[in-house]
Write a protein that binds this ligand. Structure first.
Ligand code: GLU
Length: 296
């Protein structure tokens, strides 16, 4: 078996020091395992991704001294693969069309009598979906479609987990080889119910991050998924989808996040330490490794 790791940035902003760390971590892991390192462009968000960001990803990573396998997979060129996976989940009765707007969700939470602050949130901070449009009759569904209302597809999480556990013959686990946010390591249980009925295909594109990443890691034979600990809980959903879609199980190595001097997570929007900026202001790749603590 050839070991494979990947770095999978979204070209919707300039890469920052946190991305440099993540990319080097993935590349070093591949070297340590005597395997290959892949770069994947996660550009399903066609409204926010821009060609200049993608081009700069290649330039930044090459400048850091990284090399990756060609050709690079660009998710926007493979929507049919994600649609096929969605279709399977739909055929299993695990996905339902969801017409809800943000406002409808917010109004439903309001109407529940529970304040927004106390309404349960998923690990990303988004409110758990209150179940609108979940149990529509066929005629209600037809009516809404006839009206031309746009819809996303949501996973019926309870049903999906029950089916996956039956398939797996018991609780589903994943192998964490580095460490979760609280140092969790080894064979760990998944808890996808924390996310509620997640979106698996958005209104504007026939997939979501969770579905595309799961399908691609399998299609590209990724054996070790390396990424930041912010995505540790997302692994619960990805393992669930792997079981449901009969995909192989990779190992996971989540890494700590690079923070600024105030302890804040770096973000693309806050213009934090953009690699391009640092590159153009005379910093060297060795400076970057020093800044992210990979060199004394
Ligand atoms: N595309 C995701 C991001 O830029 C990373 C996906 C992953 O590593 O699983 O945050």
């Amino acid at each position: 078996m050839i070991e494979k790791t990947r770095f999978a940035p979204s070209p919707n902003g300039w890469l920052h020091l946190g991305h440099a760390y993540s990319a080097i971590f993935a590349s070093d892991t591949a070297k340590e395992l005597g395997g290959h390192f892949l770069l994947r462009i996660e550009d399903i968000d066609i409204g926010r991704c821009r060609p200049e960001y993608e081009q700069t990803i290649y330039e930044d990573l090459a400048w850091l001294g990284l090399t990756w396998e060609m050709p690079v997979r660009r998710q926007s060129e493979h929507f049919a693969d994600y649609e096929a996976a969605l279709k399977r989940l739909r055929n299993m009765g695990l996905a339902y069309p969801c017409f809800a707007t943000r406002k409808e969700i917010s109004d439903a939470i309001e109407a529940s009598g529970i304040s927004h602050a106390r309404w349960p949130a998923d690990p990303d901070g988004a409110p758990i979906y209150p179940g609108l449009y979940k149990d529509l009759s066929l005629s209600e569904l037809n009516h809404l479609m006839w009206e031309g209302r746009t819809y996303a597809w949501r996973l019926d999480m309870k049903k999906a987990l029950a089916m996956a556990e039956t398939k797996a013959g018991g609780p589903i686990t994943f192998l964490e080889e580095n460490g979760g946010p609280r140092g969790q390591k080894g064979r760990l249980p998944i808890d996808p119910m924390l996310f509620g009925d997640v979106i698996i295909a958005r209104k504007d594109v026939p997939t979501s991050y969770h579905l595309a990443v799961t399908v691609d890691d399998a299609l590209q034979n990724v054996t070790v998924v390396t990424r930041g600990q912010d995505l540790f809980p997302a692994t619960y959903i990805h393992r669930l989808l792997q079981v449901l879609l009969d995909l192989p199980e990779p190992r996971y190595r989540h890494h700590g996040l690079i923070r600024d001097k105030n302890g804040r997570r770096l973000s693309k929007s806050a213009k934090d330490m953009g690699l391009r900026e640092l590159r153009m202001t005379g910093h060297t790749p060795a400076d970057i490794r020093r800044l992210i603590g990979l060199m004394p």
